[in-house]
Every structure is written in C-alpha cells, then in structure tokens.
Write a protein that binds this ligand. Structure first.
Ligand code: GLU
Length: 297
C-alpha cells in the first residue's frame, strides 16, 4: 500500500522524536524493557523478547546490545552527520527497526561504519551482528553469509558532472575514467561487461564524488539509489546519466546458518505493515527515487 504525503510527514516527525528521545535518555536500558517511551510512532521495542535457536541473538542478549554494520557517507541511505554524529537514512532506520523488533532500544545500538569490501569479513568474524548498507544479495557473498530480504531493489547507474554531454549510458565509456568502490558489484560489472577506458577504485563512494568534482574521473558507477542521494545534495553539479543497467537486490547481511534470525528479519519485512512505506517516503522519495517494497525470497 502506498502512503500519503501526510503519512510521510508523520514519519519525519516520528523520527525526529526518536532522535530527541535518544538525546534525552540517560543510561542504556536493557533489552526487553518495553514501555510507552520506546514507541517512536512507527514501531515499538519488543517486550521480553527471546529468539530460540539464534546464536547471534544469544550474543546480543549477553552483551545487552546490538552491533550493526552500516555506511556513513550515503545520503538518504546510510549517513552520519560529521558534527552531531547523528545517523540517518533508509538503511540506518531499517537497522533500527530490526533492533527494536529484537528488544533493543536506540541506546542499545552500536553502529559500526564498514566499507563495501569488508562486509563479509566483519560478519564472518562476528564483529557485527548484522549489516544494513546497500548490500546486494549475490551467490558469491552467500558462500560466506546469509541475507534476509530483499528489502529494496535498485539498479546500477552512472553519475556524471551536470554539464557532461558525452555519457548517456554504459556503452559511452570508451576512453573515459570510471570510479567505483572496492568489493562492490558495480565495479565488477563495469569491468566484466563493459569497456571503460580506465577504472579507479576507492573505499567509499564519497571519495569518488571528490574525484568527479575535481575532474579526475569522468563518471561514477554504483546503484542509482546511492547516486540519487548525491544528486539531491548537489543538483547543480551532478546528474545521473541514462537508465539503470542491472538489478541490485538489497539484503540484510547475517551470520551464515542463523536461520532463526533470518526467519525473524524476513518475518518483520513481510508483516511490517506501513513501516517500509513510511521509511521510503521519509528517506528515498525526496531524492526522486521510485520503488515499492519487494517480497522477501
Ligand atoms: N549494492 C552494491 C554492492 O553491494 C553497490 C553498493 C555498495 O557498494 O554498497 O556491492
């Protein structure tokens, strides 16, 4: 079901209220504490929650907290304000929603910024409990980890300077320098299936943005949902060129074999009511991104 503008505005208020509650609260509260104060208007923190058969949940429960891997430089998806430290975005709120469903409040969540190339290892090592950050579900990655979802579908695109008139799609990259991120699916695809003049790879997309703004590269390639967030920040300098040329299905990265946690997160996506729509309207629709909630696998 699509939600109205008014409901989107409500989500904004609800999230602002959540941030405020986070600032005002004192010491961290134990998981499962529950109560009206935990209600942010979109979801409630689960009361007295238990997840039998989940080794990952058992660790969260022991430490009275959840450790989530995210991005910090992708506006609208996973973003950290350098001055305030506040984390915002669709992916970050999906991570918060999952934490709440497991009985954890905002103060119980530790966010770890982890770049694309290090995601599988962070999960395999047990450094994080789960990862929510523009993480495409692939068979290669599934050899090491599991994915809940998909919770969002986008496609690979190209970002160029606003005054660029040479590049209108991935077939226009002969002689051009294209920037992307180490360990990402778009970097692999542009090398395997297209013929750019050259590629440059960095740890983060914001480093590619700097390179593009300085004229060091001709284009950036990654998911359109990510690129649209950068265009929304700098509409006079940047534009998306052409149409998406892949399907990127975002999943929540989970430790391999924890089927109890996998089923729980998929159940949340399936039975989550209007939460997904509210988060989409709040974080992605303003950048002009189109989308609807996909069915989980
Ligand atoms: N969704 C793609 C991937 O998982 C690109 C975005 C990213 O690097 O996080 O590789």
């Amino acid at each position: 079901m699509r939600i109205t503008r008014a409901a989107g505005a409500f989500a904004g208020i609800a999230i602002a209220a959540l941030a405020l509650a986070g600032c005002n609260s004192g010491s961290p509260t134990s998981p499962g504490a529950g109560g009206d104060d935990d209600d942010n208007g979109l979801w409630q923190v689960a009361d007295d929650f238990a997840l039998d058969g989940s080794p990952t949940f058992a660790e969260m429960d022991d430490r009275d907290g959840v450790i989530v891997g995210v991005k910090n430089d992708q506006p609208g998806l996973g973003y950290e304000d350098a001055a305030s430290g506040e984390r915002t975005g669709f992916d970050v709120d999906i991570a918060r929603w999952i934490a709440a469903s497991l009985g954890f409040e905002e103060d119980d969540i530790t966010f770890e910024t982890i770049p694309s190339a290090n995601r599988e290892q962070a999960i395999v090592n047990g450094d994080i409990d789960y990862y929510v950050g523009t993480y495409s579900i692939t068979d290669e990655r599934k050899k090491q980890i599991d994915f809940a979802g998909p919770y969002f579908i986008t496609g690979q695109g190209l970002l160029v300077a606003a005054d660029n008139e040479d590049i209108a799609g991935p077939d226009d990259l002969a002689g051009k320098v294209v920037c992307s991120v180490t360990g990402s699916t778009p970097l692999q695809r542009i090398r395997d299936e297209y013929s750019p003049g050259d590629t440059r790879e960095y740890d983060t997309y914001s480093q590619c943005i700097d390179q593009l703004l300085q004229g060091q590269v001709d284009a950036i390639t990654t998911d359109e949902a990510i690129l649209a967030g950068y265009v929304a920040q700098r509409p006079d300098d940047l534009k998306i060129a052409g149409e998406p040329f892949s399907e990127e299905r975002y999943g929540v990265g989970l430790p391999k074999g924890d089927t109890a946690l996998l089923d729980h997160v998929n159940g949340l996506f399936t039975d989550g009511g209007d939460v997904w729509d509210a988060l989409f309207e709040e974080h992605l629709a303003p950048a002009g991104i189109d989308g609807e909630q996909p069915a989980v696998d």
